[in-house]
Design a protein around this ligand. Structure first.
Ligand SMILES: [Zn+2]
Length: 218
């Protein structure tokens, strides 16, 4: 009876004293974090290259390139190709519904995360921060009149607001940049932490029966 209570209580006590429990990423997430950094860098580089092409075209033709859903499709297709090459078969951040973004922000600024159920808290947090950036940008321009226009015309928010395609690409770069800030900070924290770099100590025995690197997970 006594042994059973300790087995139940010890992880709870560890949870209470270990501040790491509040962090979304843990040692086991390091591989995912590195992979998502590659994906985000690939996406930023691809958007950057596309923006360069847009600028050159605008200079050449002296015509703006307004955002349209068709232009977005083409742009997103090219960026997705670059991200897929960087992803190399990983599925951590793949959406649960094929062809959908892992996260999305509606024309009325509500946010959805469509990650596969197997995605970790760490990857969910990264995608959430990306979407929060879109949500904030969306809220900047939302008004009662625009809500009515969205409902009446069904236009997406970029088209409704008459933005340029370069601005759309810029907002995406912003989302991935915010992810990178989070991912690099978490990677630095984890690679420095003692729990991810256990020092071999002689004669240390763990009687808790809990796997060591999972004990802080709620
Ligand atoms: Zn985005």
């Amino acid at each position: 009876m006594f042994r059973w209570s300790i087995a139940v209580l010890l992880p709870l006590i560890l949870l209470a004293v270990n501040p790491a429990w509040a962090q979304p990423c843990m040692c086991i997430d390091i591989g995912d974090i590195k992979q998502r950094i590659k994906e985000a860098n690939a996406a930023i580089a691809a958007y950057g290259a596309e923006m360069q092409k847009m600028m050159e075209q605008m200079q050449r033709t002296r015509e703006p390139i307004p955002y349209t859903p068709a232009r977005r499709e083409m742009l997103q297709g090219r960026v997705q190709q670059a991200v897929n090459q960087a992803a190399a078969g990983r599925i951590a951040t793949m959406p649960s519904i094929q062809g959908e973004n892992p996260g999305g922000t509606s024309n009325l600024c509500t946010m959805t995360i469509n990650l596969h159920p197997s995605a970790t808290a760490c990857m969910r947090e990264s995608v959430k921060r990306h979407e929060q950036h879109h949500q904030q940008e969306c809220q900047k321009t939302l008004s009662g009149a625009k809500v009515r226009e969205t409902i009446a015309t069904g236009k997406d928010r970029f088209e409704r607001d008459g933005i340029q395609l370069v601005q759309y690409a810029q907002e995406e770069i912003g989302g991935y940049t915010i992810e990178l800030m989070f991912l690099h900070a978490e990677l630095a924290r984890l690679t420095r932490s003692e729990e991810c770099n256990p020092k071999p100590k002689p004669e240390v025995r763990d009687y808790s029966g809990q796997p060591r690197d999972r004990k802080a997970r709620p």
